[in-house]
Design a protein around this ligand. Structure first.
Ligand SMILES: NC(=O)c1ccc[n+]([C@@H]2O[C@H](COP(=O)([O-])OP(=O)(O)OC[C@H]3O[C@@H](n4cnc5c(N)ncnc54)[C@H](OP(=O)(O)O)[C@@H]3O)[C@@H](O)[C@H]2O)c1
Length: 267
């Protein structure tokens, strides 16, 4: 149950560490009750105790491995059945790095299950719950890696490109229904996922609190895509405009002249 003034409950995946743990603190500070999801039950319980003391909100934890179908089902069911949940933060993620030719199948599976499948299924459950109510929000944590081509993170970067593209289309579907979508694209952020960036120059690494505070400022401003370090929003608008300019030519009834194929048009 939530009171009429309540912001409701924020379900945050990957809340046991890094960016997710800071979202937990900041959303509790705003007055959200929390439902924290990750595998490490001990870390979740410790964070729940800290946040409850600091912000006096209700915090519940669910220990779940989002790469495991039964665990994912459990979290999804909770999203579908708990009307107090008003915000989903799809933050859980992992990076299986190294050249794809050397990758282990099971490592790729877990990464894609968490970064892509779990994020998609939880978004679907949230969309189904929030749409009839005409409010709610889904924040998807992508990555600046969506825009980089590298020899060592092909699958991770592609999983984050999925998050971006998925969020752009999800917004088209949900904005009419009063449900807000935001994709956040962090650059390097000082968290355990990247060994706290010990080997990277300070100039390209953001502090995790700054990252989340900027992302929430972008959320408040109604941004669909937030790139916390991007100073000039026109740079992003230029990319969007370039994409849009391709659209009229992406599906036509004949191949482009440079391919030298005489089109067989339907009569
Ligand atoms: N740090 C960066 O430089 C950076 C940059 C761009 C984007 N990101 C993205 O930011 C998000 C958060 O990463 P972070 O940097 O905060 O890393 P982190 O400190 O390693 O946190 C990752 C979180 O995901 C959870 N998680 C991982 N596998 C899981 C699974 N199978 N089931 C459930 N939860 C799982 C972890 O919890 P448990 O281990 O307890 O399960 C942890 O809470 C990720 O999506 C990441 O791709 C990070």
């Amino acid at each position: 149950m939530m009171s009429s003034q309540s912001l409701g409950t924020a379900l945050i995946t990957g809340a046991s560490s890094g960016i997710g743990a800071v979202y937990a603190d900041r959303l509790a500070q705003r007055g959200y009750d929390l439902l924290l999801v990750a595998r490490n039950a001990g870390r979740l319980t410790a964070l729940a105790a800290e946040v409850t003391t600091r912000h006096n909100v209700r915090v519940e934890t669910i220990s779940a491995d989002l790469a495991n179908v039964a665990d994912l089902d459990r979290v999804e069911q909770r999203l579908r059945s708990d009307a107090a949940i008003t915000l989903l933060v799809n933050n859980a993620g992992l990076m299986s790095g190294g050249p794809l030719s050397a990758a282990k199948g099971e490592d790729l599976d877990s990464m894609l299950q968490v970064n892509v499948v779990a994020l998609t299924r939880l978004s679907a459950a949230a969309a189904a719950s929030f749409s009839p109510r005409g409010h709610g929000a889904i924040i998807n944590i992508g990555s600046a890696m969506a825009y980089f081509d590298t020899a060592s993170t092909a699958a991770y970067g592609a999983s984050k490109a999925y998050v971006l593209n998925f969020s752009l289309s999800l917004d088209v579907e949900l904005k009419e229904k009063g449900v807000k979508v935001q994709a956040v694209l962090p650059g390097y952020t000082r968290t355990p996922m990247i060994g706290n960036a010990e080997n990277l120059p300070d100039s390209i690494v953001m502090n995790v609190e700054d990252l989340v505070d900027a992302a929430l400022a972008g959320f408040d401003a109604g941004e669909l895509v937030t790139i916390p370090s991007l100073a000039d929003p026109a740079d992003f608008a230029n990319w969007e405009n370039a994409r849009a300019s391709l659209r009229p030519n992406l599906s036509l009834n004949s191949p482009a002249p440079r391919y030298g194929v005489a089109a067989q048009l339907a009569s």
